[in-house]
Write a protein that binds this ligand. Structure first.
Ligand code: UT7
Length: 328
């Protein structure tokens, strides 16, 4: 089989209709709209209903991405769902999406790489396309983080939101060309820095509720320090790896964890802040879903122009990180 290029041929996103504002949060926990806006940039977030599972959000985003790619679900050969909030531990969320969208010719599996998951997923899809074994791979980032937030913990409850974004990666020479990527991980720092211990093999299922292991816990300061260093570093690495310079970059679409992290990266890179896309004010941190949701929002706001060189950059728990260079 001959080597070929890969392209993001379609994108789509879905945000649950329920919205929780900072003012709403003021009534739930000891915080203020002013604190949340100045420390994070977040004004509101979308929250799934009790009945909405991660696969439901993922399905809606996927159908839009498939329509955007102008293909049918049956043409999808692989489905990769990046999520930290899967429907269940077993089976995968991806197989549920496969059923829901009628992608009967697709294999399906989940990726656990926290907020870097979508970039990891795109990088896997890219391999199957460039080595010629597949024509269309669906990559989804989907989260229902609100179901794992301790609403009495102001350290975490103000930060997260729910949503899903999807992309079809294809061989068809239509859409944004994937130029290359850079991935990394460092498992040395304590898992407690950012953790959803849940019912994994480490914790006894019967103790989960009592020990509050069903909630996201975070050492905000450590994760903040990691994030402000890793974001500019992975942007620079992927740019240099493919022979480009900062001046060649038209737009960076970073994971939306905190507005201050993105502003610090802009400063460190000596880039005007307008070149780093920000939608955290209305989407909050949706982990694996944040980059594809931002891609759709940026397109809607006419911020993506033909031939633009764009960097996607994700970072998060694990620790994990990943950046990708695309030409729109
Ligand atoms: O998606 C992956 C990665 N996630 C991240 O990257 C998150 C990284 N971390 C952060 O974004 C920030 O560390 C936070 C937004 C979580 C916290 O911001 P901070 O500027 O680091 O605040 P802090 O933890 O240093 O707290 C400053 C003050 C403290 O009060 P004192 O000790 O100065 O009196 C906190 O108790 O703010 C207080 N505080 C709050 N006040 C009102 C902490 N959370 C809140 C809150 N509302 N929600």
């Amino acid at each position: 089989m001959e080597n070929t290029n890969s392209y993001i041929s379609g994108i789509g996103s879905y945000l649950p209709s329920q919205i929780l504002t900072n003012k709403d949060l003021e009534k739930m926990v000891d915080t203020t709209d002013e604190w949340i806006v100045t420390r994070t940039g977040i004004k509101k977030r979308h929250i799934s209903t009790k009945e909405e599972a991660t696969s439901d959000l993922a399905t809606k985003a996927s159908l839009l991405a498939i329509e955007d790619a102008k293909i049918s679900s049956e043409e999808i050969e692989m489905i990769i769902v990046a999520t930290s909030t899967p429907d269940m531990m077993l089976p995968s969320t991806a197989t549920r999406v496969q059923k829901n969208i009628g992608a009967k010719n697709a294999s399906a599996f989940d990726i656990s790489a926290a907020c870097s998951g979508f970039i990891y997923g795109l990088s896997v899809a890219h391999q199957f396309i460039i080595n010629g074994t597949m024509k269309n791979v669906l990559v989804v980032g989907a989260e229902t983080l609100s179901k794992y937030v301790d609403w009495s913990d102001r350290n975490t409850s103000v930060l997260f939101g729910d949503g899903a974004g999807a992309a079809v990666v294809s061989r068809n020479n239509i859409g944004s060309k994937i130029i290359g990527f850079h991935l990394g991980a460092n498992g040395n720092p304590p898992r407690e820095w950012l953790m959803l211990a849940g019912s994994g093999s480490v914790n006894k299922a019967e103790n989960i509720l009592e020990e509050k292991k069903n909630f996201i816990t975070m050492n905000g300061k450590e994760i903040f320090k990691f994030s402000v260093n890793i974001l500019p570093s992975i942007i620079t690495t992927v740019i240099k790896k493919y022979g480009l310079t900062i001046e060649d970059i038209d737009l960076v679409i970073p994971h939306q964890a905190n507005r201050r992290i993105i502003e610090a990266a802009a400063e460190r890179l000596n880039m005007p802040i307008q070149k780093l896309y920000i939608n955290i004010d209305r989407r909050a941190n949706t982990s694996a879903a944040s980059i594809p949701i931002a891609m759709v929002d940026a397109r809607r706001e006419n911020m993506l122009n033909k031939e633009d060189i764009i960097v996607l950059a994700g970072f998060g728990a694990g620790l994990t990180w990943g950046s990708m260079l695309i030409q729109y």
